[in-house]
Design a protein around this ligand. Structure first.
Ligand SMILES: [Zn+2]
Length: 92
């Protein structure tokens, strides 16, 4: 019995390969770096778990490497805000 294909992606924080839907997509699109809840925005994407350790690792360098760009200070700040919101939601 063949397992159905589940899209898998690598978390830029911990490098684990897991089902795409368990990760948050961050995309570098025409408007800069944003969170992509739909998973369908155009641009280069990177994926991260909704856990503090993965986000911290992503924001401290692996994200910009994955997206092949340098995060501006503003983008880093925005992502930190999003991170805190996502992590708060997880605790509910
Ligand atoms: Zn992770």
């Amino acid at each position: 019995m063949a397992a159905r294909h589940i899209p898998q992606r690598t978390c830029v924080g911990c490098r684990q390969v897991v089902a795409k839907r368990t990760l948050t997509r961050i995309v570098k699109g025409p408007d800069g770096i944003t969170i992509d809840p739909s998973g369908k925005a155009p641009g280069r994407g990177a994926y991260v778990h909704n856990v503090a350790s993965c986000w911290n690792s992503a924001l401290s360098g692996s994200l910009s490497k994955a997206l092949r760009t340098k995060l501006t200070e503003e983008e880093s700040r925005e992502l930190s805000i999003v991170m805190n919101r996502l992590l708060d939601d997880e605790l509910d």
